[in-house]
Design a binder for this molecule. Structure first.
Ligand code: ZN
Length: 323
């Protein structure tokens, strides 16, 4: 069994309009944009990262906004809801806030005894917020007050026609099945890093999903460092998974493999992090390009649609201001 996975690292999804995406995550949800870069494989498309102050693993929602992307079709074989954790007592604040921002499909739901707010992102992205009293992460209290700010991920749901093989995989990855409710089985990663829960949702009769704007592209699990990643890679290979070589993603190293239900999993390192090429005070402000695409800067600076506001930073007094 794998013992090096500590929870979620990031969730990467598809979007259409980059400015709408940026505004939603930085303003409505109050996350910090911690990196503005481009897609390694399609450098004319942004790769935007949102998270807490430093973009800590377990807080990072990332997007590929393809301006012409067709909407995704929800179904089996994909990540459904990505769920954010907020402090105890903050759900009322969020219900009011999301309403004020005109967020679509806002509703209350219940899962494993906890009330949650479910809502849609700008491309119909499936999102939710839940109170988690046990979560002690600080969150990025800039657009939102400290007693309500999103702390990071609480969990992600994966929709599958048959959850059996993925349940086995999660157990192999070190997760423990903790609870079952109707068609949902909950799994928990060891430790207390936060972002430790995965829900597997059995949807036997659902049609298969189609990837598009608003769909999650892949889900990444965190390991502390490169040595742990190599260990995990070997264990997955030994079990028969086809795993990519280690790929340098500038802010972490990544390996990918396709799971039995069709969902793309990644194992990402907690090193080196988003302050690798920017001070923490200025994360997400400048357009950062992977080395192999650096020569495209003049073209990209002209071609990439401006994101508008949404960068926030703290000055030395701790006061925040938009830039
Ligand atoms: Zn990734």
């Amino acid at each position: 069994m794998i013992r090096k996975i500590v929870g979620l690292h990031h969730v990467t999804a598809m979007a259409s309009d980059p400015a709408a995406n940026n505004s939603f995550f930085t303003k409505a949800l109050g996350l910090r944009r911690v990196k503005k870069t481009v897609n390694f494989d399609a450098p004319d498309v942004y790769h935007l990262y949102y998270g807490d102050e430093t973009g800590a693993p377990g807080t990072i929602m990332t997007y590929f906004p393809f301006p012409d992307a067709a909407p995704g079709r929800k179904g089996a074989g994909e990540v459904g809801a990505t769920v954010f954790a907020v402090p105890e007592g903050a759900l009322g604040y969020w219900a009011e806030r999301l309403q004020r921002f005109g967020v679509q499909e806002l509703a209350e739901a219940q899962r494993f005894g906890a009330k949650r707010l479910t809502f849609a992102g700008p491309d119909g992205d499936e999102l939710a917020i839940v109170e988690d009293p046990a979560d002690t992460r600080a969150g990025w209290a800039n657009e939102t007050p400290a007693d309500s700010a999103i702390r990071g991920f609480h969990s992600a749901s994966i929709r599958l026609r048959d959850i059996g093989a993925t349940a086995e995989l999660l157990k192999f990855m070190g997760y423990e099945q903790t609870e079952t409710e109707q068609n949902i089985a909950r799994f928990r990663a060891p430790g207390d890093a936060g972002a430790q829960l995965i829900d597997l949702e059995a949807v036997a009769d659902a049609r298969h999903n189609e990837l598009g704007a608003g769909s999650v592209h892949h889900i990444a699990f965190a390991v502390p460092d490169r040595a742990a990643q190599l260990e995990v890679r070997q264990q997955l290979l030994d079990t028969g998974y086809q795993v990519t070589p280690v790929i340098d993603r500038d802010y972490f190293w990544a390996i990918y493999f396709r799971t039995p239900g069709g969902v793309l999993f990644e194992i990402a390192t907690n090193e080196p992090g988003f302050d690798r090429d920017e001070d923490v005070a200025h994360l997400g402000e400048a357009l950062k390009l992977p080395t192999q695409h650096a020569h495209l800067r003049p073209f990209l600076e002209k071609h990439l649609k401006p994101l508008g506001g949404g960068v926030t930073r703290r000055d030395s007094s701790g006061k925040s201001y938009p830039s």
